[in-house]
Design a protein around this ligand. Structure first.
Ligand code: CTP
Ligand code: CA
Length: 225
């Protein structure tokens, strides 16, 4: 009998992680997407597993393969991701690294849209559920630690601090994705951790190192209760 008893500072902790982009269908052959590779969310899930956590990994169609040792939930749309996250609760912490599409096409066409002489399609949009905000606002099953990301430009700390308040989450990991930083699509990240203690700038490091550091911080915070 092989007993797989997790050990480590996150043993016995259940953590939900969202990752990757979402795909929002237009018709049976077309969709709206974004450029998220899923690299940061995948690295975070891997780091949490390495510290002994039970991880539910809810991912959109990412470029990078999913981590091992997680409960894998694959979704396409923001609404599916929302439902999968809610079904995964209760949890001790939630890390929302997915690049969720803000809008979906209001009415998905059930048949392929065709070119018609002289006409152009007009897409009407509807707003997707805000998964991070919804989880942070739960009364009964809110995880003790709710963590979001914010890719910002210009006044990164101000934007991220406002976003943290708007979402009602505990921490925001903000990164400056201005042109020239090489963060988008790259292997490195430059993080500012926004919490009720203020803004803490992390040195520029790889996404794997960001993941390890975050996992350790989550373990400490849950430990401290
Ligand atoms: N997020 C989410 N559900 C959404 C949109 C965002 O869970 N529908 C989460 C992201 O995973 C991220 C955080 O919220 O952790 C911030 O995402 P971001 O796109 O920066 O926030 P928005 O409120 O959508 O603001 P913006 O207008 O800047 O896109
Ligand atoms: Ca957004």
């Amino acid at each position: 009998i092989e007993a797989r008893l997790a050990s480590g500072p996150l043993a016995g902790r259940r953590i939900v992680v969202t990752s990757g982009p979402t795909h929002e269908p237009i018709d049976p052959v077309r969709y709206i997407a974004n450029r998220s590779s899923g690299a940061q969310g995948t690295a975070i899930a891997r780091a949490l597993v390495a510290l002994g956590a039970e991880v539910v990994f809810v991912t959109g169609p990412a470029e990078v393969p999913p981590p091992e040792g997680v409960t894998l939930v694959k979704v396409q749309t923001a609404r599916q991701m929302h439902d999968a996250v809610m079904a995964a609760l209760p949890a001790d912490a939630g890390v929302f690294a997915a690049a969720v599409a803000d809008w979906r096409v209001a009415k998905e066409a059930t048949s392929k849209m065709k070119k018609t002489a002289g006409g152009l399609p007009v897409l009407e949009f509807a707003e997707n559920p805000d998964i991070l905000k919804a989880v942070a606002g739960l009364e009964d099953s809110r995880p003790a630690l709710v963590i979001g990301f914010a890719a910002e430009t210009d006044d990164v700390i101000r934007h991220a601090t406002e976003k943290r308040a708007r979402k009602g989450c505990d921490w925001i990991l903000a990164n400056d994705v201005s042109a020239g930083t090489g963060i988008m699509g790259g292997t490195e990240n430059a993080i500012v951790l926004i919490s009720d203690a203020g803004a803490e700038e992390w040195p520029r490091m790889t996404k794997t190192e960001v993941a390890s550091r975050l996992a350790r911080r989550i373990a400490e915070a849950l430990e401290a209760g």
